[in-house]
Design a protein around this ligand. Sequence first.
Ligand SMILES: [Zn+2]
Ligand SMILES: [Zn+2]
Length: 143
Amino acid sequence: MQTSDLIKNWLEQLQASGYRVTEPRRAIVELVATADHALSPIEIYDSGRREYPRLGLVTVYRTLERLEELGLVQRVHSPDGCHRYLRAFEGHQHLLICTRCGRVEMFAGDDLDPLARRVEQATGYQVEEHWLQLFGVCPLCHA
Ligand SMILES: [Zn+2]
Ligand SMILES: [Zn+2]
């Protein structure tokens, strides 16, 4: 999907869910839909305010929550304990996230089955899914 279609699609879904699309909310959608890296609410707030000085941090959090409920964005965790938000992707993904700039790569390869078996044996659980995020420093940041 092209970026402009993606933004239009997200705004339509927000509206369909009973959410009024105001200019500040549109700015938030544009930022998150087009970003190639995971953004913190504060980063979204700072960038959004350049265009809409009256944008509030509460609006940023609420809009992100709503986008997350709609399955359009995913929350990613950082080792520093703060959350960042990233466009949701189709299908099962493994994420690699730069702790300095928030850049995100997907990677394939799933050697987790043996681990899941061991955990099942040790705990009696039936493991059904996993969510894998690795953190590191990207080539641009450690160059
Ligand atoms: Zn980086
Ligand atoms: Zn996997």
